[in-house]
Design a protein. Structure first.
Length: 224
């Protein structure tokens, strides 16, 4: 009888140990959370000239979008990011009305680096599934930018737009914001599968509420 009882205790110990290992595995396999840092409060001023009297800067003279949100800026906003890769993209900047008036192509019709894209991996992602980007939409006299923005960028007002003159979203949960600051009209956005600190899952409003405002502040800090 004593031997049998010892065997039962041993079996019980094995079951408890197994349960502890399983619990630890479940905890370790739970989604990792990503922290969000602060955008730099200032940065090197963007290469944007003073524009007045309705002047529009040709697209070929726009600043490099990657100078408005740099790889260092991304690392500051998303300190847990790994394998950050940067790509700049040309942006065509002619309306269909302008094309109809003159179909010949000119270098001023395209911004060589009008968009800057970032791809990275955040905690909990098995590959680089997170993307962030900035696109320049126009550079012109601030008064013209303001009038164009009010008439051409309808949408839901953005939440925290520190530094920018105004931002809008296409809909309430949009991660992409179109903003204006002085002579610059720009759009920032992104997407991720990661879960942020304090958020229940990787729902779109996690990026909207935590990351997008920091991208806006980063750009606004470089526009004087």
């Amino acid at each position: 009888m004593k031997t049998k009882r010892i065997g039962q205790f041993a079996l019980f110990g094995v079951l408890v140990a197994s349960a502890s290992v399983l619990t630890a595995q479940l905890i370790s396999s739970s989604p990792e959370e990503t922290s969000v840092g602060k955008a730099p409060s200032h940065g090197p001023p963007a290469n944007v000239p003073t524009l007045k009297d309705g002047k529009i800067l040709p697209a070929g003279e726009w600043p490099d979008a990657c100078s408005l949100v740099t790889q260092e800026d991304i690392a500051a906003i998303l300190p847990d990011a790994e394998e950050i890769r940067q790509t700049d993209r040309p942006i065509p900047a002619r309306s269909i009305k302008e094309f109809r008036a003159d179909s010949s192509w000119k270098p001023s019709d395209r911004a060589p680096s009008g968009e800057c894209d970032y791809v990275m991996r955040l905690p909990g992602e098995t590959y680089s599934a997170t993307q962030a980007w900035i696109r320049i939409d126009a550079v012109a006299d601030p008064k013209l930018i303001a009038r164009y923005f009010e008439s051409g960028a309808p949408g839901t007002p953005g939440g925290s737009t520190d530094g920018a003159d105004k931002c809008v979203m296409a809909f309430a949960f949009d991660q992409n914001w179109t903003c204006r600051k002085g002579p610059l009209l720009f759009t920032v956005g992104g997407q991720t599968t990661a879960t942020f600190d304090g958020m229940p899952d990787a729902a779109p409003f996690g990026w909207r509420d935590k990351v997008t405002p920091e991208l806006v502040r980063t750009v606004a800090a470089k526009i004087t």
